[in-house]
Design a protein around this ligand. Structure first.
Ligand code: SF4
Length: 419
């Protein structure tokens, strides 16, 4: 008999100890909801034309950080990520003030990965040097394409030459851990032009690459242009060919496809994102930011103005997480106490995004039950569809997506969701 089966399984209404405990540290996300202009495909919670709010926003963000740090008793932080939006719109002083506060209020680990997304048009050597002095050690550049015509279609304000210049400035500032983002499956994009994109990024040789298929949400200007036939619709088969070509070329260039949409040189995987994929605790601050903390999932309200008003009206920090969530209607929304079934499904689905897949032993250690006891039928079905593979003998087995499963991940994941 498998010794792990002797562990008492979690009750259906209980989040796992791993999901609740902060003792191993958290990932900290800061949302910066400002953009110079709004790209026509973007449905992130970001806004153009409100840059004048940046100084007061930083104050509100600082208030939120102070409150959380006190309520959570100054927890250990393993990684910090500034995303948006456009964190590179912050000045070095604003960045420095934020990190002075974060280091004073949270136990930021010495080896913490501290990243910010930057847009190439904001990057100067001076600004990046200031960011390094503030404590950043990883930069993610929103390159998006190595083709100027595609950049124009995407409404980006930078050119390929500017993106490469930004990369040079980031490196000269002393950052040796750089990620670049690309998008594929664009209207008008051919396989040939995508190949040139991949060749461009391989030549640039950042340590990490993210490549996401363009997903058009219905209310974005670009989706409307597609529905009015002003620009052509996307071709999912072509996008699949692009993904396969990228995977082959990037592997030859020494990048490991460690997550469906992410590639890294050895040791340069994103620690911050791995926290999400391992379904471990994280705190998101700023409007629209999501958190998984103390056995709850929740999100802040989306409006930056309402967010600032709510956060600035806070008094003494609440004594615990439950009080903070309960006493702040309008600031925290979508509060979902995590039950074991939901947390297990989340862990499985997010874990399967990773090349390493999900080890039965790890699942068992966290939840007290074997994977096949909970998901036996779904695993069999997904394997029979060629989307999943099982390596090793149970209970030592690991399940992983196949190459086909990576292309059709949602078809695999849906089989692990409850009713
Ligand atoms: S810069 Fe990024 S966050 Fe801002 S609008 Fe464009 S895609 Fe969205």
């Amino acid at each position: 008999m498998d010794e792990q089966q002797e562990i008492e399984p979690l009750g259906p209404t209980t989040a796992s100890e791993t999901g609740r405990s902060l003792s191993n540290g958290i990932a900290l996300y800061l949302h910066i909801p400002f953009c110079e202009t709004k790209c026509p495909y973007c449905d992130f919670n970001t806004y153009a034309g409100i840059n004048h709010l940046i100084p007061s926003y930083i104050e509100a963000l600082s208030n939120e950080l102070r409150t959380w740090a006190s309520t959570l008793r100054h927890p250990r932080v393993n990684s910090v990520f500034l995303g948006g939006g456009t964190p590179s719109m912050l000045s070095p002083k604003q960045m420095n003030d934020l990190f002075t506060l974060i280091r004073a209020e949270f136990a930021v680990q010495k080896d913490a990965e501290i990243s910010a997304e930057v847009n190439p048009d904001d990057v100067t050597l001076e600004r990046m040097t200031g960011f390094v002095e503030a404590g950043l050690n990883r930069i993610s550049i929103g390159v998006q394409s190595f083709d100027d015509t595609e950049l124009q279609l995407l409404g980006r304000r930078h050119s390929v030459a500017q993106a490469l210049k930004a990369f040079e400035a980031v490196q000269r500032a002393g950052i040796t851990n750089v990620s670049m983002d690309l998008m594929y499956g664009l209207p008008h994009q051919s396989l040939e032009s995508w190949k040139r994109n991949i060749e461009g990024i391989i030549t640039a040789a950042p340590q990490h690459i993210s490549a996401y298929a363009l997903t058009l949400e219905p209310d974005t200007p670009m989706a409307q242009q597609v529905s009015k036939h002003i620009i052509p619709d996307q071709d999912p088969d072509l996008a699949a060919d692009m993904y396969e070509w990228a995977t082959g070329a990037l592997a030859k260039a020494g990048y490991r496809n460690y997550e469906i949409s992410n590639w890294a040189q050895p040791g340069r995987e994103s620690k911050h994102n791995i926290t999400y994929w391992h379904n471990l605790p994280y705190l998101g601050v700023g409007p629209g930011a999501h958190s998984f903390l103390g056995g709850y999932r929740f999100a802040n309200g989306k409006s930056p103005v309402t967010y600032m008003a709510k956060v600035n009206a806070w008094g003494e920090p609440p004594p615990d997480l439950e009080t903070l969530l309960r006493e702040n209607p309008g600031y925290v929304q979508d509060i979902e106490p995590m039950d074991a079934q939901t947390e297990m499904a989340d862990s499985l689905i997010m874990g399967l995004r990773l090349a390493e897949g999900v080890r039965n032993r790890d699942f068992c250690a966290r939840y007290g039950v074997n994977l096949h006891e909970v998901y036996g039928d779904a695993i069999k079905e997904t394997i029979s569809l060629g989307l999943l593979k099982s390596n090793g003998m149970w209970p030592e087995a690991t399940i992983q997506l196949t190459e086909r499963g990576k292309l059709l991940a949602n078809e695999a994941f849906v089989r692990f969701l409850g009713d």
